[in-house]
Design a protein around this ligand. Sequence first.
Ligand code: F6P
Length: 320
Amino acid sequence: MKTIGVLTSGGDAPGMNAAIRAVVRTACENGMKVYGINRGYAGLIEEDIRELNIRSVSDIIHRGGTMLYSARCLEFKEEAGMKKAIETCHKFGIEGIVVIGGDGSFRGARDLSLRGVPCIAIPGTIDNDIVSTDYTIGYDTCLNTIMQMVDRVRDTVESHSRCIVVEVMGNRCGDLTLNAGIAVGATAIVIPEISCDIEKHVIERIKRTQKTDKKHFIVMVAEGIGGVEALARKIEQECGVESRAIVLGHVQRGGSPTVKDRVVASQMGYYAVQKLISGESNRVIVLKNDSITDYDIYEALCMKKSVDDQLYKVAHEISI
Ligand code: F6P
């Protein structure tokens, strides 16, 4: 393999730049030409492509976002879009692509692989919602951002003896909410994976802690559940504590990547190129039990995610 492409697709995540850097440098070190494909699959369809060298990826390891920009491309899901993307690969001589993104981006990588363009996928999303891997690039940075933001909110919540209901990103996955919830000492955590009786798990819990003289409360709610404003009003009425709701929003996706995100992204970028060099296709690079390994993308997409019940139990027991 002489020429490869690299793209980032779906929601950006801190650490994507570190992965791009590793892909480009590993490929260059192995005598390959590398094209950076801008705006994910959209750039592949529209030939928004530039050649990268080892210096093109200098000074990006510490930056959030993605130097290749990102997009969610509907056109690529159509046969015509896929055809154009493959034509671009032929035109530029691209013989393999490293795709950095979430599950949706993996489906695109699988479809390209099936049509003769070998792809290797790297899990990059703050959500940690990719079943095949224990870890997705961006997750640790995002968790730390949420913790820092909620710690700040805690200062004012405590000063005013209020309750704050915080909506956390994560799409349909509660990993960010559960782990950040434990880290900020939330009184209640509501995630999609575990059915929650609001009356019992939130209202009664707050009332119980009020009896022990607790005066301020943090309730963490996953975006897959939503309704933070209504929940704040309910808490105010039923528990008699002034309440506010906040949606942390896209601040959670930004910022300089943590050590963990930079290191895992660098490893995954390196291994993705090694897979292409050894002639493999349709693989996803994953972190399993602290080791980097890989799976067939189709198999990976069929895996079922389970929530960490034990961790939820710990959160529940100690949030009093
Ligand atoms: O995939 C990351 C994520 O931030 C999710 O947590 C969230 O549901 C979604 O992307 C938001 O997407 P957008 O930036 O397109 O609004």
